[in-house]
Design a protein around this ligand. Sequence first.
Ligand SMILES: *[C@@H]1O[C@H](CO)[C@@H](O)[C@H](O)[C@H]1NC(C)=O
Ligand SMILES: *[C@@H]1O[C@H](CO)[C@@H](O)[C@H](O)[C@H]1NC(C)=O
Ligand SMILES: *[C@@H]1O[C@H](CO)[C@@H](O)[C@H](O)[C@H]1NC(C)=O
Ligand SMILES: *[C@@H]1O[C@H](CO)[C@@H](O)[C@H](O)[C@H]1NC(C)=O
Ligand SMILES: *[C@@H]1O[C@H](CO)[C@@H](O)[C@H](O)[C@H]1NC(C)=O
Ligand SMILES: *[C@@H]1O[C@H](CO)[C@@H](O)[C@H](O)[C@H]1NC(C)=O
Ligand SMILES: *[C@@H]1O[C@H](CO)[C@@H](O)[C@H](O)[C@H]1NC(C)=O
Ligand SMILES: *[C@@H]1O[C@H](CO)[C@@H](O)[C@H](O)[C@H]1NC(C)=O
Length: 822
Amino acid sequence: MKSLYRFCCFCFLLPTLIVSDSTDTITTNQPLADGKTIISSGGAFELGFFKPDVNSNRTYLGLWYKKVSKLTVVWIANRDVPINDTNGLLKVTDQANLALFNGEGTAIWSSNATGSVKNPVAQLLDSGNLVVKDAADDNPENYLWQSFEHPTDTLLPGMKLGENFVKGTEVYIQSIKSNVDPSRGNFIFRVDPDGFPQKFLMNGSTPRFRTGPWNGLRLSWGSPGLQPNPVYTYEFVNNPQEVYYRYDLINTSVYSRLIVSTDGIIQRFTWNYKTQDWAVYLNAPADTCDIYGLCNNYSICSTASSPICSCLDKFVPKSPSEWQATDWSNGCQRRVPLDCQKGDGFIKYSGIKLPDTRWSWYNRSMTLKECEAICLKNCSCTAYANTDITGKGSGCVLWFGDLIDMTRVNGGQDIYIRMAASEIPSGANKAKILGISLPLVGAFLLLVLSLILCAQKKKRRQRKLAEQLPSKGKMESRSEQRLNTESDKEDLDLPLFDLKTIEQATNNFSIDNKLGAGGFGPVYKGTLEEGQEIAVKRLSEYSIQGLDEFKNEVKCIAEVQHRNLVKLLGCCIEGEEKMLIYEFMPNKSLDFFLFDNDRSRLLDWPKRFQIIIGIARGLLYLHQDSRLTIIHRDLKAGNILLDSEMKPKISDFGMARIFGGTETEARTKRVVGTYGYMSPEYAVNGVFSTKSDVFSFGVFVLEIVTGKKNRGFTHPDHYHSLLGHAWLLFKDSRFQELIDDHFSQSCFLSEVIRSIHVGLLCVQQYPDDRPSMSSVVLMLVGDGALPFPKEPGYFTERNCFFETDKIFSSGNQLTITLLDAR
Ligand SMILES: *[C@@H]1O[C@H](CO)[C@@H](O)[C@H](O)[C@H]1NC(C)=O
Ligand SMILES: *[C@@H]1O[C@H](CO)[C@@H](O)[C@H](O)[C@H]1NC(C)=O
Ligand SMILES: *[C@@H]1O[C@H](CO)[C@@H](O)[C@H](O)[C@H]1NC(C)=O
Ligand SMILES: *[C@@H]1O[C@H](CO)[C@@H](O)[C@H](O)[C@H]1NC(C)=O
Ligand SMILES: *[C@@H]1O[C@H](CO)[C@@H](O)[C@H](O)[C@H]1NC(C)=O
Ligand SMILES: *[C@@H]1O[C@H](CO)[C@@H](O)[C@H](O)[C@H]1NC(C)=O
Ligand SMILES: *[C@@H]1O[C@H](CO)[C@@H](O)[C@H](O)[C@H]1NC(C)=O
Ligand SMILES: *[C@@H]1O[C@H](CO)[C@@H](O)[C@H](O)[C@H]1NC(C)=O
């Protein structure tokens, strides 16, 4: 009776209007009652009352996606204080306070933010932000209160996770206890502003996971999930006013949310319209090494090693027997203690997720040299590093105290750790310490072996050439020549065909004889009188670039002879006509088979492997076994021709470049090539070298194994390209999922895996990481250990490729936004 009385009393006091479903606003005289909802203007979010547990009367005011078929609550007002009846009421007071009442008329929750505005309202915005403001004032600066500054367990796009030093407020997310009890759980995800700021997942007051600091490009933690991607952009802002992490959706219909789960995992989900369910986009911690401080002080965790913890080089376990028994709790210490008086030094360690920076100091305008100097001067400074790894690196972060929570990660950084003078290698004050890893040693041996082999081959070849060539002088002058000089052709002793012969052979360039179009004009099939079949490439009279490419092709192809390069039989230059005559390849190009559902069945695994090896050999010949270094620049499935036995030959040298002498890298303003095959440094900066061909080769290998085109491929689950997709599966040893169904019957799994592995090594982001073609050939046919591939190009720094990264830096302020074009 009492409650009924109270309730009625309450009703009586209220104005008669109760909010209806068609609005996004609660006003002082239009409260929101249980059973009703308000919906944001664009229809994305809905605010109302809900019961997480059907077996209880506990009711909460929450906010959920309107268009998502699974009830997904992203914010709860009264998470700790449920309403225990179904008569809840949300009201905006005249003082602009947002208050939630139960059926007894008791205010059980309040926004506590009051202010004097003319017409206070609470409005649900389409971003999912519930804001209290003056009805006539839309300026976010003037919001009196907003749910975005009081999140529950979900970080929505546009929220700032972090601290505002001016207002003295912090925004963090905290797990719910369980699916039926949204009260505060143990886990908090926040930005820790101490030292050089990092993001922390805390279990109570104990760190559980740390992303590592922002290094200008990304978080020091090497997770693929935190990289530029097509779903959302993110930024990490750190200035004297505020420090925060924030992300925004690229397409607001592609929902993505970040939560801290009941069992202490940061999870990002994206909504999958097809399955009508949320798909996990990323988890953190993602593996054992992500667990904070697992290996304790001065040790490094690597999931690729066994055991996973090891002391840093020149450090030893504090208690060796326990360490031996995989009890890491005592960590490691320097084998030679520091002696600041005797003058310490520093040793560089690479590829590392920087240690916990809570006890650090930083200055973003200092150089590494200045950084070293001030660290050296202060005996309690234990290490230093750059704050920003963009370009050559900049800024200075100094550590005071022991170093903890280091992991060997892809895209890890350099850190310089203080060492006793006696530990510093003599002769050099800084030495590069490579992490000991068996695959690396393997790769090194392979490299040495291939260098020896190459050197021998080269000597043999040079001897041979010396015997063959009429005069040494001619050879030297040729290796120095540049391509686009008119005199080039004069040097070449290429058979000349006359126009008549070619016209006869091609039935007067009949349309029936047309095979397709090459780089600079149409290609015709022809039959010479003796019955030999030829392919004729005719320079189109309309092609402006064609003439250069024509000359280029003549130049390049006339230089080379290899069974995996298409053979140039001669040329024909008469009047306006310019043509190249090749051997005829009856089976067209590889893409004709590879990407066709029916024809790809004809390519069983032995044929595919033969093609991979053949192209590797052809490319190796171009790069280093021919007299000159020739960069093809447009290697792709479409430029690989197949003879009657499906043996592959590289064709189309229209874009190739010859390197003479000591030239190993060049830059061009006119980037030519094919998207999907171009290496990042070439596509972005026009820099090409043999390693850009190696990249294209890697793409081609992955295409041949998967039967999928890299260009245009985006995986629906994670939006990575074929390269990224292959790398992710490879990391998880899920090779089977990569293999083209059309040959899975005929495959020799170890060969396939090896091919994928080599392919991934070839498409690594940085040219220096990619193997040379001689290593590639040895890797493909050998069975030695291979190094683990780093992230493929366009994986971490796709932002760079698309040239949409914006960096604003002024003094101590730094704002970085990463964008990614799709
Ligand atoms: C929920 O409320 C109804 C009506 O007030 C009551 O009969 C029932 O016992 C309550 N259930 C629980 C689990 O408290
Ligand atoms: C509902 O909760 C209030 C406090 O919020 C409490 O005083 C009251 O006894 C509860 N009523 C029921 C039926 O559980
Ligand atoms: C509002 O203030 C009360 C009393 O100080 C406090 O218990 C409550 O948690 C505050 N509510 C919010 C949403 O901050
Ligand atoms: C969180 O901390 C508690 C208490 O220390 C511990 O029992 C629990 O295992 C921790 N949970 C995780 C996921 O680390
Ligand atoms: C955004 O995503 C939706 C749903 O996937 C799609 O239908 C729409 O075309 C996308 N819009 C843009 C501009 O990409
Ligand atoms: C690791 O370093 C911290 C910080 O200096 C120190 O408090 C702790 O005792 C060290 N741990 C061990 C096992 O020595
Ligand atoms: C940071 O370093 C720069 C360059 O050495 C110096 O001018 C500046 O005063 C330093 N700022 C702070 C806060 O120490
Ligand atoms: C060394 O650095 C620490 C931490 O910044 C500072 O407290 C201490 O005064 C410094 N010592 C010297 C000798 O500069």
